[in-house]
Design a protein. Structure first.
Lengths: 375, 195
């Protein structure tokens, strides 16, 4: 049984200039904190979330069973990131649909729901907003910033945007940018949403509908890429959904995997916002710190002064170990302190959210060493 | 070969404050010692999960890599010293890795079990592969897939244009400079690339 978490929200009246040139003002950031900030404010750990997660990183909500945070196996009292020693902060990113200001909220000038008019936000914009929240919480330097996948990109970006405010960065199952194939998956998902007749150019709220068909398909394709072939085969293989006889139907659910993907798609389409999906996949596509340096990641990471731990998973083909090694190499070129673990886990990209003794052991030991520096 | 005296004997070859790359760094004890006692910095390379964990636990930078995949991640002469301590005998591409060691490091230090140590010779004379404290495995389950001698390494170093700065044997943590090929269980070579 996990501890009780309490969501909070902070209002920011001033305009946040965005990378695109647009800006956002009068926005809210939803966040949660666990543990106690120590007297010299040196034990803060920021956790950045990936595509479909939120500020609810750990613990559960009062009176709600099965409401554990998305990284509850990693973070909490006595866990790898021990909230008895660290003050852990989870922030919901702008554009999300879980509490922070996003496309489902009203524009402060017009009072109209943003919908498709919500400005494009980037990893850098998110990190900027997170930094403003930390300032308001009185935290001038993080003991560590931690994230997996898109969250790992934010952790990496922290070390480049605010190098003096980060002592350690833990970057799990991430990449220095997306490959063409990866952007391609995102584009298929976006097309599924945008071409849904219920999308209405992103202003579906006005029509009282939700482009659920598009969201379902977006989630289905995403889900396929988060798993490995082996795990899918082990879990579903060629099992039929009903009985042993083939139906010889092109449209009925025949195989167990189809049923599973449809179920995942249905579930997702009930809680996730279509515009948020577009925004977050775009933020993934745009992230590329080496771009300003002619593609030279070594030069791009020269600004980073944090110590790094990188972790990848051998069966992760969406954010493969090769991509993590590129970050490691750029850090080595810059003579930065870095450790890298390549975990031979079977679960594909999803492995970063799952329990694996080797993975948890490395992260736990790394945070132990950070805790020793606090003493 | 983690006995303290042996580690100290090898550490003496590493100049104070060096940037060190330790290939097959095991649990990181050598790097931890070099950081603590000789003000060195650097990274270990390991393939085994348990060793990677042990390194992180003791605060040694470690990169999980299979050495048989090469050292493409590391630039030319990017380290003062590259260590290969009890690593060479496990490598499929022992010669390639020796060249890579010389490329990445300004100097290299290689230590490995010397098969020509006299108890090993005696054992082979009796018709059996040696099983000793230094080579504790049976021939059919040994992880030591490269079996060589002090003299063999001299020849390999020569073939690869390595200039030997120092070479000696190690036995019970003591340097053996007289007839090391017969008298030492461990061969140690300190070398650099010929200019």
């Amino acid at each position: 049984m996990s501890f009780i978490a309490t969501p909070q929200s902070m209002h920011f009246p001033d305009a946040l200039p965005l990378q695109s040139g647009a800006s956002l003002r009068d926005y809210h950031l939803a966040f949660e904190t666990y543990g106690q900030l120590n007297a010299d404010r040196s034990n803060a750990v920021l956790v950045c979330h990936a595509l479909n997660a939120s500020h609810h990183v750990a613990g559960r909500y009062a009176g709600q069973d099965k409401s554990e945070g998305w990284w509850d196996n990693m973070i909490g009292p006595g866990k790898a990131v021990d909230t008895n020693r660290f003050f852990v902060i989870g922030v919901n990113n702008l554009g999300s649909c879980f509490g922070s200001t996003g496309p489902m909220h009203a524009h402060p000038d017009t009072g109209q729901i943003y919908g498709a008019d919500f400005p494009v936000v980037t990893v850098e914009d998110w990190v900027h907003a997170q930094a403003l929240l930390l300032e308001r919480l009185g935290i001038t330097q993080l003991a560590a910033v931690l994230g997996g996948s898109l969250g790992g990109m934010q952790a990496l970006s922290w070390t480049l945007q605010y190098p003096e405010r980060v002592r350690h960065a833990v970057v799990v199952a991430s990449a220095p940018n997306l490959t063409a194939e990866n952007i391609a998956f995102n584009e298929v998902a976006r097309r599924a949403i945008v071409t849904d007749p219920d999308f209405h150019g992103g202003h579906f709220y006005r029509h009282g509908v939700i482009p659920q068909r598009g969201l379902r398909i977006a989630r289905m394709i995403g889900h396929i890429t988060y798993l490995s072939d082996d795990v899918m085969n082990e879990k579903f293989g060629r099992q039929l959904r009903e009985g042993l006889d083939l139906k010889y139907s092109t449209q009925d659910v025949e195989f167990q995997i189809e049923s599973y993907l449809r179920y995942q798609g249905d579930k997702f389409s009930e809680y996730f916002d279509a515009n948020t999906y577009l925004l977050i996949t775009r933020a993934l596509d745009y992230f590329d710190p080496a771009r300003a340096f002619g593609g030279d990641l070594t030069q791009a990471l020269a600004r980073a002064t944090a110590k790094f731990l990188l972790v990848s998973f051998t069966t992760d083909w969406r954010f493969s170990p090769k991509r993590s090694r590129e970050i490691v190499k750029a850090l080595l070129d810059n003579r930065r302190s870095v450790s890298y673990a390549e975990i031979d886990a079977p679960h594909g990209h999803d492995a970063f959210l799952l329990d694996d003794a080797r993975y948890m052991g490395v992260v736990s030991s790394y945070f132990d060493s950070i805790a020793k520096e606090l003493a | 070969m983690t006995e303290t005296t042996t580690m100290q004997a090898l550490a003496r070859l590493v100049p104070e404050g060096s940037r060190v790359l330790d290939l097959g760094c095991g649990d990181g004890s050598m790097l931890a010692y070099l950081q603590r006692e000789r003000g060195c910095s650097g990274y270990g390379i390991e393939i085994a999960d348990a060793n990677v964990l042990a390194c992180v636990r003791r605060g040694v930078n470690v990169i999980q890599l299979n050495l048989d995949e090469g050292l493409a991640m590391f630039g030319d002469a990017s380290f003062d010293v590259v260590l290969q301590i009890d690593t060479l005998q496990h490598l499929r591409n022992a010669e390639v890795m020796l060249r890579e060691t010389a490329r990445v490091g300004r100097t290299g230090i290689v230590a490995f079990p010397n098969f020509a140590h006299w108890p090993n010779r005696l054992s082979v004379l009796r018709g059996r592969m040696p099983v000793t404290r230094r080579l504790p495995y049976q021939w059919y389950d040994t992880p030591n897939i490269r079996v060589g001698t002090y003299k063999d390494f001299e020849a390999l170093a020569h073939k690869n244009d390595l200039r030997i700065l120092d070479a000696f044997g190690l036995q019970e943590g003591e340097a053996v400079r007289f007839l090391p090929n017969a008298r030492a269980g461990t061969a140690v070579f300190h070398f650099e690339r010929s200019a």
